[in-house]
Design a protein around this ligand. Structure first.
Ligand SMILES: [Zn+2]
Length: 130
């Protein structure tokens, strides 16, 4: 009888494993998409900053009427930067980092009450900050 029990348990864990893989690959696709989005925005930021450098230099040399264009580029660069931050947050939400010790920042094994490295108490339930 024992052997039948083992077989059915094995079958169940395979199904659960498959579910996890399904979710994981979906997350991976989404993470890849977000990372591509970030590199696109980073390119735009780079272009903006290059343009800003040129404009500031032209202004230094005495060209006038560049202030508006410089301000526009500064604003759009700042907006790009916060978009990148937001996307990075999304990536972190999809791929939560394993909990780390608040004191020594060592990665914590699951279900420990105290940090094995420095002995700091681990908070009971860690909910992702919103
Ligand atoms: Zn620690």
């Amino acid at each position: 009888m024992e052997i039948f029990k083992k077989v059915s348990e094995g079958a169940r864990s395979i199904t659960e494993g498959a579910k996890t893989i399904g979710k994981k690959s979906g997350d991976l696709v989404e993470t890849t998409r977000l990372k591509m989005e970030i590199s696109k925005l980073e390119k735009e930021m780079e272009n903006n900053i290059t343009a800003l450098g040129n404009l500031v230099y032209m202004q230094y040399k005495g060209d006038e009427g560049l202030k508006e264009e410089i301000d526009r580029l500064l604003l759009s660069t700042r907006a790009l930067e916060s978009d990148i931050d937001e996307i990075n947050d999304q990536i972190i939400k999809i791929n939560p980092k394993p909990p780390a010790c608040a004191n020594c920042h060592e990665e914590l094994p699951q279900n420990v009450k105290f940090c094995p490295n420095c002995g700091t108490k681990v908070p009971e339930v860690e909910k992702p900050a919103e």
